[in-house]
Design a protein around this ligand. Structure first.
Ligand SMILES: Cc1ncc(COP(=O)(O)O)c(C=O)c1O
Length: 393
């Protein structure tokens, strides 16, 4: 069979095996503490659901403009100014997409040529490199080890640079570590990108979930807009993962390409979804969704930190995440692979986690524990992880 050989370069078997096992155990009626999830454990605000229903009832059930409906484009531009302090023209610098993943896809499609080098920190969400590989880019992983706070050093960026490097991919706050760099670091990275004529694709889907100072938007520097592509969505910030709506904000020439990529792949995002998204972004009441979810994650983050102090287990090193809703637990002392740790915790304790190696080599020996679960599950799951680790030699 003549198949697309690029897919042979995408390795995900071990992680898929863990997910398949979780699905099978759930189907068999086994009770699990599901801390592998990347989906808010909150419902979408009923007023957003109403906005979609009203839009459907009013007849918005046909094609919509591929770029996005004007009121949503304007709402996105307003959000970018209000929350990130950056200004984008809704008519030419924004594209409405089918979630953040599609914004990332159209971003890379628009700028990448076959064989271009793409620099991607390790660890990070697997799609960042998988997508670049599918588009025939050459992925170079830039080590962002725990010892460096999961942020690549400038030495590492320099070392990874080749004459074919075209793109840097960032994701802050990071999935899986929650880490994000200082404003000064980002400024320096921009100077680096500018000096080497590189694009920065910045995935900011967790941008409104942070526990200290607000993370800086990658385009929020003088001259940065010209080389930055912002990927974002309503999935994590408004608990709308199933709605599949997000956006790309970038220079107009990039958006012109991204529009072609979108038009020729999905046509448009459903108009009633777009109406609901515009409502979510602008209604004063629905802004509380993000605020209250952030407060709940902050509470669970504190809960885990408190438990970690109480239980004093030196086999599980716990660093409080700066943002997003994951703990990246360091179990390297057990000298087991992440996959083995996850398999055993699943079989022996009924706790679902994601192996750190799914995010790159630097994640080996770590596990990702989500706090997008009830306080009870977070506490029960974390206690089980510690008890299990204590029993290992
Ligand atoms: C870092 C990161 N970017 C993008 C996405 C995809 O977001 P969306 O659901 O909006 O496509 C995810 C989902 O888990 C993610 O973790």
């Amino acid at each position: 069979m003549n198949l697309n050989s690029q897919f042979e370069l995408i390795r995900q078997s071990a992680t898929i095996a863990v997910f398949d096992r979780i699905t099978a155990m759930k189907a068999a009626g086994k009770k699990l503490v599901a801390l592998q999830v990347g989906d808010p454990d909150f419902g979408t605000h009923p007023a957003i659901v109403d906005a979609a229903l009203k839009a459907m009832q009013s007849g918005l059930t046909h094609y919509a403009p591929s770029r996005g409906m004007p009121d949503l484009l304007t709402a996105i531009a307003k959000k970018l100014t209000r929350d990130e302090g950056v200004s984008y023209d809704p008519a030419s610098e924004i594209l409405v997409t089918h979630g953040g993943i599609h914004a990332y896809y159209t971003a890379l499609q628009s700028i990448l040529n076959v064989g271009d080098d793409v620099l991607i920190p390790d660890p990070t969400w697997a799609t960042h490199s998988n997508m670049a590989i599918m588009l025939k880019g050459n992925v170079i992983r830039v080590p962002a080890p725990a010892e460096n706070g999961f942020i690549p050093s400038f030495e590492a960026w320099e070392k990874s640079l080749t004459s074919k490097t075209r793109v840097i991919v960032l994701n802050y706050p990071s999935n899986p570590t929650g880490a994000y760099p200082t404003r000064e670091y980002l400024q320096n990275l921009h100077d680096f990108a500018k000096a080497h004529d590189l694009w920065i694709v910045s995935d900011e889907v967790y941008g409104s979930l942070y526990y200290g100072e607000r993370p800086t938007c990658a385009a929020d520097f003088d001259g940065a807009k010209e080389l930055t592509l912002i990927v974002n969505s309503l999935s994590k910030s408004y608990a709308m993962t199933g709605w599949r709506v997000g956006f790309l904000a970038a220079p107009s020439a990039v958006i012109a390409n991204a529009l072609k990529a979108s038009q020729n792949s999905i046509t448009c995002v459903a108009p009633f979804i777009q109406k609901a998204a515009a409502f979510a972004l602008t209604d004063p009441e629905t802004q509380n969704v993000t605020v209250s979810m952030r407060a709940a994650y902050a509470r669970r983050r504190q809960l885990v930190m408190r438990l970690s102090q109480e239980l004093e287990c030196d086999k599980v090193l716990v660093t409080p995440p700066q943002g997003a809703f994951y703990f990246f637990l360091d179990l390297r002392q057990l000298k087991m692979s992440s996959v083995e740790i996850c398999e055993r915790l699943l079989e022996q304790e009924g706790v679902g986690l994601v192996p750190g190696s799914a995010f790159g080599d630097q994640g080996e020996g770590f596990v990702r524990m989500s706090i997008a679960a009830s306080d009870e599950d977070v506490e029960a799951g974390f206690r089980k992880i510690i008890a299990w680790a204590e029993r290992q030699l």
